[in-house]
Design a protein around this ligand. Structure first.
Ligand code: ARG
Length: 577
């Protein structure tokens, strides 16, 4: 059967009357959100874009009048069964049979690409998107900011990839600096090769803390650390090989933990790569007359009112900012991305603004393609052992809390691999908690809220998915070849679910534009609430075959879209819990 694109059909009608090409109208046609005081119309065309074209001041009643006139000129057809003026809109109701048929057909045919094959994405140019995220510092804490960066960066990578962009995931490690001087100098006393092998991140951190403390008490150690770092900067073989060893074992361990999260990187880069290239940046700045030395420190003047930032220490070595400048230039040369995103907490906003500004001063017009994606702070994330130091502590704590709760809940289902299920549920809980609000908002972390099975949590989404899965197990899987009788899906609860499914493409579009996962999260909550009401009131078991089949198809479609959305967020849906 030919695919019916509702927005396209409506745009064609409107185009006829308005004499505007249909492709210019599609974006003004949106699916109406399902609300309690249920509306019947599925789509609305907003009058404002066609009014703006004439750029006169319209009163609300003018606009409503125009909407009414437009509605009168349009005719119902095989697709649209009702056209009525709304507040500044013209509302379209889709033929009820066609609604059920088309939505289900599209969900089944498009599978994981449902919503993405929509006309909303058809004109979208394919881009190269580079995402710098996670980026922890070796031998230091993996703080909650790194956790957020990891989850958010992964989401942004997923959604960009899903809509067809070419994504490169870069982990820009903090793998340079005095902590390596301390490690290099103190490992011989405090380190153990064995511990380094079995638990590298923790061991390096412990050694670092110990040497750091020792160096505060003993000037000799401080000098040794400085010497070691100087050797490292001078690329002396012995020092470099020890540093390389620390870096390698750390990355290996990180990769293992990222794998637990279902996250990978195309490149493990890091500040260490940019020692030499930083010198070139300083040369360029100097050549352009942008570098001033103030008491030996190299600074760049950013504005007329004299704002200055340091790019070179008095001993000639580079700073975080200098290395980031070098890294940006290098990435542009290597990948030539259309978009370069940096995902860190908002305390680094001025760092990135300064960096982008310096790139502009250097004459790199591509600085426009760079963007910082800032996020807020999490307060109060602790484990029962205390402060979170490593990513794995949070994962282990989440997993064990979920296991404890499962053990004390009567409805827990038998499953093959409880730790794996617990891990997936726990991760969903963490991710949803983190993605619920605007990324830039701070929030307070609370295990009890995060792990609640009712209310808007990741546990609830997992539960909904598992429940739909078991429904199919009990009632038989959907035979996608058998046509559904749309007359069986005319109950208002079923219609609401279909209407909500219709909006998925717009939600993906919105999140892909502003990088905010909350649109998808809220969409999935609503989907779960709608389907749970439908599930309660529209039984499959015991209904006549045709009705049972149709309902089962509807529930299967919901499960498929729910799973798609969860996967974009970085969650692996569970089938049982
Ligand atoms: N390692 C840094 C930190 O922990 C984050 C790096 C972010 N990326 C960048 N290109 N600066 O704060």
């Amino acid at each position: 059967m030919a695919r019916c694109r509702f927005r396209k059909c409506i745009a064609a009608q409107l185009s006829h009357v308005l004499k505007i090409p249909p492709e210019n109208l599609v974006k003004s046609i949106s699916a109406v959100p399902v609300s309690k005081n249920r509306q019947t119309a599925e789509f609305q065309f907003s009058m404002s874009p066609i009014l703006d074209a004439n750029s006169t001041n319209y009163t609300t009643s003018d606009i409503n009048l125009q909407a009414e006139e437009l509605a009168n000129k349009l005719k119902c057809d095989a697709v649209v069964s009702q056209i009525s003026p709304g507040k500044g809109t013209v509302d379209f109701t889709i033929n009820r049979d066609l609604l059920a048929k088309t939505v289900l057909q599209q969900v089944f045919e498009d599978g994981s690409e449902y919503g993405i094959k929509s006309e909303l994405f058809s004109g979208l140019p394919k881009r190269k998107v580079l995402i710098d995220f996670s980026s922890p510092n070796i031998a230091k804490k993996f703080h909650v900011g790194h956790l957020r960066s990891t989850l958010i960066g992964n989401f942004i990578a997923n959604i960009n990839e899903a809509i067809g962009h070419q994504v490169t995931r870069i982990n820009y490690l903090g793998d340079w600096g005095m902590q390596f001087g301390l490690l290099g100098a103190g490992f011989q006393w405090f380190g153990s090769e064995e511990k380094l092998k079995s638990n590298p991140l923790q061991h390096l951190f412990e050694v670092y803390v110990q040497v750091n403390k020792a160096s505060e008490e003993d000037e000799n150690i401080k000098t040794l650390a400085q010497d070691f770092f100087r050797k490292l900067e001078a690329q002396e073989e012995e020092a470099v090989s020890l540093w390389q060893h620390f870096r390698d074992v750390s990355i290996e361990e990180y990769a293992r933990v990222y794998k637990r999260l279902g996250i990978y990187f195309n490149e493990y880069s890091g500040e260490s790569f940019y020692q030499e290239k930083s010198k070139e940046v300083l040369k360029r700045l100097d050549a352009k007359g942008l570098l001033t030395k103030i008491e030996g420190v190299g600074k760049v003047c950013l504005s007329e009112n004299g704002d200055q930032v340091a790019v070179m220490r008095s001993d000639g070595t580079s700073l975080y900012l200098t290395r980031d400048l070098a890294a940006a230039i290098d990435r542009m040369e290597k990948y030539n991305p259309d978009v370069m995103l940096y995902v860190t907490d908002k305390s680094q906003s001025s760092h990135f603004q300064q960096m982008f500004q310096i790139l502009k001063l250097l004459g790199f017009s591509w600085a426009e393609r760079c963007q910082h994606v800032p996020f807020g702070r999490i307060q109060g994330m602790k484990t029962r052992q205390g402060e979170v130091i490593f990513l794995e502590d949070v994962l282990n704590e989440t997993c064990s809390l979920v296991l404890e709760r499962r053990a004390s809940t009567k409805t827990t289902k038998e499953c093959d691999n409880p730790p794996e299920i617990a891990e997936r549920i726990g991760l969903a809980a963490l991710i949803i908690q983190d993605f619920k609000g605007l990324l830039s908002s701070d929030y307070r972390f609370n295990w009890d809220h995060v792990l609640q099975s009712k209310g808007d949590t990741g546990v609830f989404l997992q539960y909904t998915h598992a429940r739909l899965h078991s429904l199919e197990e009990i009632c038989g899987t959907v035979n996608q070849g058998t046509p559904v009788n749309p007359a069986c899906l005319q109950d208002p609860l079923a219609i609401s679910v279909l209407q909500h499914l219709l909006r998925y493409d717009e939600i993906i579009y919105q999140s892909s534009q502003d990088h905010q996962p909350k649109h998808i999260v809220n969409y999935l909550f609503k989907l779960s609430h709608l389907v749970s009401a439908a599930h309660r009131n529209l039984p499959v078991k015991g209904s006549p075959l045709e009705l049972a089949q149709a309902r089962l198809c509807l529930f299967h479609a919901v499960r498929s879209v729910l799973a798609n959305g969860m996967k974009l967020l970085g969650i692996t849906p569970v089938d049982k819990m």
